[in-house]
Each structure stands twice: as C-alpha cells, then as structure tokens.
Design a protein around this ligand. Structure first.
Ligand SMILES: C[C@@H](O)[C@H](N)C(=O)O
Ligand SMILES: C[C@@H](O)[C@H](N)C(=O)O
Lengths: 162, 162
C-alpha cells in the first residue's frame, strides 16, 4: 500500500519531564496539568503509558516535553505538582529534538513507523519517545542526532529536494 | 488565554498492546513495527515512554492501540515480534475507547489538558493512556466510560449543540 508521507519536520531544543510512582486514579492527571497551566508552562506533547506492576496494581508513567525557554521555571513547579498529587517522582532531562514524519491521513501507523524507525536504526540513532496522531509519527531523539535523523527519514521516504 | 477547543471525538472499541522489558537500542522499534506492518495490523496510535531503571539503564514501555477487528490476529504476531526483538513481554488488553478534544493549533497543551482531565476526574473516569498532537489531546479510557467521557469533555469546553 502506498505510504502517505508528504514531509518531515523538526522541533529542536526540547526538555522532557518524566513522572513515575503516580497513583493511578481519577484526578491525578488533572492535578498535574492544572498546576502546569497555572504556571504558564508551555507543554508540547504529553504521553502516558501504564503497565501492570505484578501486585494487581499498575505503574503509570506520564511524560511531557517543554520548550527550552520554560525549563528554568520547571523544578519548583514540579515540586508543587508532586505535592498536589500526593506522591511520585519527577525527572527533568534536557537536550532533545522532536523529529516527525508528516502524512495526509495515515491509515496504518505501522507501515509509516516501520520505514521511519528503520531509517533511524540504520543511522544508529536511538528513539527515546514516540507519539502519533492521524497525520504524524513523531520521535524524540537526542538533540545532537536531530538534523541527521531528519535527513535519514526524509531520504527513506524518497522526499524530493535533496 | 482563550482555550482553543472546537470539538470532541470518540473512537470506540480499541485494543491495546503494551510491551515492556525491551532492549533500549536502535533497531528495536523498527523490528516491532516492520513485523506489524508485514502482517497488515492496523495500528492506531503509538506511544513510548522511558524511565531510568536505577541500574544506569532505562526501562522502555511501548504501547499501541489497534482496531477491534485486528485483535484476533495479534497473539501469534506478538510472539514473532518478541522473537525478532530478542526479548521483552507483551500484554494485550481489550475494551478501550479513545476520546479526544480537538483544537485549532493548540498553543499550550497544559491549558487544554487541565480542563479536559478535570472533566474526566469529576465524572469519576480514569485515564489509562494519553497522547497529543498540535490539534488534539487524546485519552484512552475504558470503553464503558467512553460516551460519558465524551459528554463530560464536550460540556467542560462549553461546546454547543447539547
Ligand atoms: C495517572 C492519571 O492519568 C490517572 N489515571 C488519572 O486519571 O488522572
Ligand atoms: C525502544 C526502541 O524505541 C529503541 N530505543 C529504538 O530506537 O528502536
């Protein structure tokens, strides 16, 4: 089937916050993002995964990216977030880029992801995070790999313009 | 600041696959999605989070949703995926809906997320997964909560049409 990728895009210089050990019950995500919104933190993307933790419960991971300019404000805000939530642990990592393949109504993300992720693997670039929408597959990579990742994906989809 | 949500959407009846214990190195994500693409699995969204695992390494979680109609094909394909990757564990859960708030160029996901997640919390609905794009904040909830979640978010953003 025709793979419908029309372009690639990069958003350089993102920071990433990862929250673990959060209670998995209604109100937790609301508390996190209300605090961030109140402090005008510009949140780029949000991802949450959940895995069974072998004790009949589940371990939730919430991760979000922020613009580099907002990173200095984050540490005290994250303290307030954990206080509002009543638990958990927060890690702030810096120096990432978001590199995306952009399509027009991607029918199956598997086909686009297979080509895109193979291109990154062949370039020796590790994928730290993944997020998708109907028109995009986005990867978070180390900032130092960003431009090279963009070119590798661009070439893998046979996009023009060199 | 004005919250730019124009509508809500629901995609009912999704299954979700969660992969843990994967090696975190180039080529792993490529192997997973090449296998899924080869077996024509219709993958909806993909999310990957990573947390430090206290041994200097990192624990990666890859989660993706699939259309209900593809669920029966999944178990043998996931066995092949783990074989191709050389490790890891796969869990298949069924009975989810994806409920989204749709905006026009959302500037800060924090503001939209705060309102949306508060609406779900007030309705007593737990958020299992979260994914975003420039125009959407999407939550995965239990299928039984889907329609109620849609209405709660619709009302929270003051959208018309009852
Ligand atoms: C972890 C968090 O998303 C929680 N499940 C909530 O609904 O708020
Ligand atoms: C886990 C997986 O995404 C791996 N980091 C890769 O780049 O393929």
């Amino acid at each position: 089937e025709k793979i419908e990728v029309a372009g690639v895009a990069i958003k350089a210089d993102l920071g990433r916050v990862t929250l673990t050990g959060l209670p998995n019950k209604p109100g937790v995500a609301a508390a996190i993002f209300a605090m961030l919104a109140d402090h005008q933190i510009l949140v780029d993307d949000i991802i949450q995964t959940v895995v069974p933790n072998g004790e009949g419960g589940s371990a939730v991971t919430v991760s979000f990216t922020v613009e580099h300019s907002d990173l200095a404000d984050l540490p005290p805000v994250m303290d307030k977030v954990l206080e509002a939530v009543g638990g958990g642990k927060s890690t702030i990592d810096v120096g990432f880029s978001k590199v995306s393949a952009v399509g027009v109504g991607i029918r199956s993300h598997a086909a686009v992801a297979a080509v895109m992720f193979r291109a990154l693997a062949d370039a020796g670039i590790n994928i730290a995070n993944i997020t998708t929408s109907e028109i995009k597959v986005c990867t978070i990579v180390e900032k130092a790999d960003g431009e090279r990742a963009l070119r590798a994906i661009h070439d893998a989809f046979g996009l023009g313009g060199g």
